[in-house]
Design a protein around this ligand. Structure first.
Ligand SMILES: *Cc1c(COP(=O)(O)O)cnc(C)c1O
Length: 431
């Protein structure tokens, strides 16, 4: 399988090269040259397949034989070391809980898969380390730190906006040590992301072999399609059209869902639910893509002003707004609306969501008015404990600390403060 740059000004590369490089030399995101539908027999018999078998079938064309089948199966088994429960919150509305992994965020899936692919590609390359450089608005950092901890031949450097991630998130990315380093940036998430993008293009940093573990990296992004298949497997027997609502920030998750649909997964419609960072809802309304600086919200993992994966979605719909609207709707919600939903889900249904899931729920409810016979699934992208400063006061409850979280809370934070690109460069060069 070859991957091309969406800026169309860089050579096509293999899966391995795309994973190692992250971003193409022309700053474009990589995209697979072909997407071949899976056999109908696969969907006919999906109930009889395990999660690991489903994931293997879904991803193998994208790896294209560059990892031997047995190794790929092993990577998948290590990636999917936890469950993906589907909880019926109200009649016909399900929460797909993606937070049962080591850092309690859906990003564990992509981070675990990518780290193991990179370790495989680096296995014979002892002196030539890769450096994973990643910007996080919250959950990416923890998932990447945990996913890459102790992985041979890879150093990880994480940039996060100072004071703009939760205490638990900060602990998860600053306490692990070993090959994981955290940089605390005086700025917002977009500043972190801009610095990371700049570093990738900086010739002076070529010797440290930078790659990204944001969803711009295909090995972080593509495995996120797995759980759309798992949800379909669980809901197929109901025989109703299926709508997925993804709480969206960089639009990697929903973009992976659209790939699943391209592979033949029968998904009727997607909803991209956003907080007030509404670049995509405004685009769908006006046809004009006009990114804005990000605004801080209570669903801070989605505080993204210029969603990096949106170009991939545009590619899949040949940039045709009408095509796009057939499969895809996008709604924006304020923090006040999110809090009302969070409380209603708890008080009326007894389910504890968190702000991102609540945004997903709101978008789903809205779309179900247009497709009333459908079953709706919203992705619950993090465990409520990760946003306890919002969830606990809103619901008037105290959440018990899950063991995954407890183990990092008593550890000491270690970070380096930086405020501009030169300081980042100095850090990377002296590492
Ligand atoms: C990253 C994240 C999102 C947004 O996912 P994208 O793939 O960037 O759209 C939503 N919720 C949580 C909790 C996240 O960590």
């Amino acid at each position: 399988m070859k991957y091309y740059s969406l800026n169309h000004n860089a050579p096509n590369v293999s899966f391995q090269e795309a994973v190692i490089q992250g971003l193409a030399t022309d700053k474009g995101l990589y995209f697979p040259e072909t997407i071949t539908s899976l056999a109908t027999s696969f969907f006919d018999t999906i109930e009889s397949l395990s999660h690991e078998e489903i994931a293997f079938e879904a991803i193998k064309q994208f790896v294209g034989g560059e990892i031997p089948a047995e190794t790929l199966k092993q990577i998948i088994a290590e990636t999917l070391c936890f469950d993906f429960p589907l909880v019926e919150v109200e009649n016909g509305i399900y929460s797909l809980e993606l937070f049962h992994g080591p850092t309690m965020a859906f990003k564990d899936v992509g981070a675990r898969f990518m780290s193991r692919c990179l370790a495989y590609f680096n296995k014979d390359n002892k002196d030539n380390k890769n450096t994973v450089l990643v910007a996080t608005s919250g959950d990416t950092g923890g998932a990447v730190a945990s996913g890459f901890l102790g992985v041979n031949g890879v150093d990880v450097v994480i940039l996060y906006p100072s004071g703009k991630v939760s205490d638990i998130q900060e602990k998860q990315l600053t306490t692990l040590g070993q090959n994981i380093k955290a940089l605390e940036v005086d700025g917002v998430f977009d500043d972190c992301q801009d610095m990371v993008k700049k570093a990738f293009l900086d010739k002076d940093l070529e010797h440290i072999h930078l790659t990204s573990a944001n969803s711009i990296n295909i090995a972080r992004w593509l495995p996120q399609m797995f759980y759309f298949f798992f949800a379909y497997k669980a809901l197929k027997s109901q025989g109703k059209p299926l709508i997925f609502s993804c709480p969206s920030g960089n639009f990697g998750n929903i973009c992976a869902g659209i790939i699943a649909k391209k592979l033949g997964l029968p998904i009727e419609h997607f909803v991209a639910s956003t907080n007030v960072n509404d670049t995509v809802p405004r685009f769908l309304a006006s046809g004009i893509y006009d990114p804005k600086p990000s605004i801080a919200t209570i669903s801070n993992a989605m505080d993204v002003g210029n969603p990096s994966n949106f170009v991939r979605i545009q590619e899949m719909y040949q940039n045709d707004l009408e095509q796009f609207k057939k499969d895809f709707t996008s709604y924006t919600f304020t923090d006040a609306e999110t809090l009302v939903a969070l409380k209603a889900i708890y008080n009326e249904r007894g389910y504890i969501a968190e702000p991102h899931g609540a945004v997903g729920y709101l978008g789903l409810k809205k779309e179900l008015q247009n497709i009333p016979n459908a079953i709706g699934v919203f992705l619950e992208t993090a465990h409520p404990i990760k946003f306890l400063d919002v969830v606990e006061p809103a619901l008037g409850i105290t959440l018990p600390l899950p063991t995954q979280i407890e183990s990092v809370m008593n550890k000491e934070k270690v970070s380096v403060k930086i405020s501009n690109y030169d300081e980042l460069k100095e850090f990377l060069n002296s590492k």
